[in-house]
Design a protein around this ligand. Sequence first.
Ligand SMILES: NC(=O)c1ccc[n+]([C@@H]2O[C@H](COP(=O)([O-])OP(=O)(O)OC[C@H]3O[C@@H](n4cnc5c(N)ncnc54)[C@H](OP(=O)(O)O)[C@@H]3O)[C@@H](O)[C@H]2O)c1
Length: 233
Amino acid sequence: MDRPIAVIGGAGRVGGLVTRRLVEEGARVRVVSRNPGRTPHRHLPGVELHQADVRYTDALPAALAGCGGVVYGVEPGTADSGPNCPEATMYDGVRNVLAAVAEHGERPHFVLISQIFVTRREHPMNAYGRLLDWRLRGEDAVRASRLPYTVVRPSWLADDGLTGDRVRLEQDDRGDGWVSRAAVAEACVQALHSQEAVNRTFELYNEPGAAPTDWPMLFHRLIPDRVLEQPRL
Ligand SMILES: NC(=O)c1ccc[n+]([C@@H]2O[C@H](COP(=O)([O-])OP(=O)(O)OC[C@H]3O[C@@H](n4cnc5c(N)ncnc54)[C@H](OP(=O)(O)O)[C@@H]3O)[C@@H](O)[C@H]2O)c1
């Protein structure tokens, strides 16, 4: 990875783990945050801090210029409207980042952290600002962007491997379960490395067993996405 990787939400919990793993691999990392001074790994070599808010377009192009990859790990609000609502953070924010990247004519690998349940509109989580609908529309914007991308849909997050370190990737969005933030971060980093992860959407779970050693093989088993021609209503 010669070009820097932008981690949007890099001051957060999964984003911080992504940042640390990338630094361990010798990558340059641009942490994009509204308050980058609070970034946990800001003193690590190779970490640059950029202040930007995904809801506004002003600072994003400079933060993303020249990046070889973008990881989008933004936590949405749950109100129906207002500045932090899911529409603003999960849909407008994603589109703002895609537009900022396009401004430079670059084609970074875009890794979007989404969640399970996004195709289950009836799920109770959708009562919070139509969170699931907006997340799915954000996913659709990424899939339609023509960038190389990977959409990672974590199950419920835990700070450690509650159920084990083995990972299971699914693609029908029918499951439920847990996954550690470390496994999500690893999936994002491995996706950036792997051509096999490009144009793939998958759910991510932990289960009893050991952590994987061959992520490209896990990605290889996934079915490539069929991209919608028209946005969902
Ligand atoms: N909790 C779960 O069970 C669960 C399950 C599946 C998926 N997820 C998703 O997984 C992702 C990572 O979760 P996490 O626990 O690591 O979240 P987290 O620790 O809350 O970090 C999320 C980051 O989002 C950033 N952010 C929020 N609004 C922003 C904005 N307008 N512009 C730029 N950055 C913004 C914040 O950065 P700054 O404050 O520094 O700007 C924060 O550091 C999130 O998308 C989450 O919704 C969660």
